[in-house]
Design a binder for this molecule. Sequence first.
Ligand SMILES: NC(=O)c1ccc[n+]([C@@H]2O[C@H](COP(=O)([O-])OP(=O)(O)OC[C@H]3O[C@@H](n4cnc5c(N)ncnc54)[C@H](OP(=O)(O)O)[C@@H]3O)[C@@H](O)[C@H]2O)c1
Length: 253
Amino acid sequence: MHVVVTGASAGIGEAIARAFSARGHGVTLVARRRPLLEALAASLPGPSHVVEADLGDPATCTAWLPAAEAALGPVDVLVNNAGMQVIGPTAEVDIERAELSLRLNLLSPLRLTHAVLPGMLARRQGCIVDVASMAALAPTPAMTWYNASKAGLAGASEALRGELRGTGVHVVTVYPGIIETDMGKAGLAAYQKSRMLALQPRGTTEGLAARVLKAVERRRARVVYPAIYGMTRWLPPVTRWFMDRLTPPLAGH
Ligand SMILES: NC(=O)c1ccc[n+]([C@@H]2O[C@H](COP(=O)([O-])OP(=O)(O)OC[C@H]3O[C@@H](n4cnc5c(N)ncnc54)[C@H](OP(=O)(O)O)[C@@H]3O)[C@@H](O)[C@H]2O)c1
């Protein structure tokens, strides 16, 4: 099986690439930092293909796909994982960076899906994995653009699964809570220290990757991790109440 993982140079994407490779699958590793991708590729047990690409431009974000398919065969699993976070007062946010986050987190995954889907449908098999965020289920104050990008991706992902029923192509929507990566740590540091933040359950990249692998293999609809956050899907008004009242202010504000 050929698994494409975007944002494979670090954090969650790296762990997902390791998990699929350990299962014997070929993996295409996509990100901007080639040395990190090459080091990862060298440490994997199975075949891999390295792609240095900036996915922040939807117009060019699929250009590397033909070479990847020539190297490892048609794409069986696309993991849309690359992403960035924008945290700060909405009135003061750097608008260029904010719009880049929408292109990287939302438009590029949709373009990549559009590019691989015809082949998957023709073969009547395949899987799209969209790494959204708990920000889609529990939008967080001072993350306006991130919330928008992740809610957009999650909405598209959930509905695509329904659209593709009976085609053989499956969609997994992933909702990570706080995962201890560079992004996760930066996110925590952006807010003032609080008991609410300290009490919030956290997850590991390995734990999330194992759940994503299982969801693809067993054709599960979604992964919410840590699992306790699953209650937000059933209790949206309560979730909103907590987020509005208990999210600590930004550090330095
Ligand atoms: N950590 C959390 O708490 C958390 C929670 C919920 C959701 N998520 C989501 O999980 C995904 C992975 O996050 P993470 O925590 O693993 O973050 P991370 O450690 O910061 O890794 C982000 C990955 O995305 C890649 N990337 C960033 N900008 C890119 C660009 N313009 N083009 C191509 N690749 C790019 C990075 O590679 P290069 O820098 O080498 O390009 C890196 O491999 C993201 O979509 C994030 O929103 C994370």
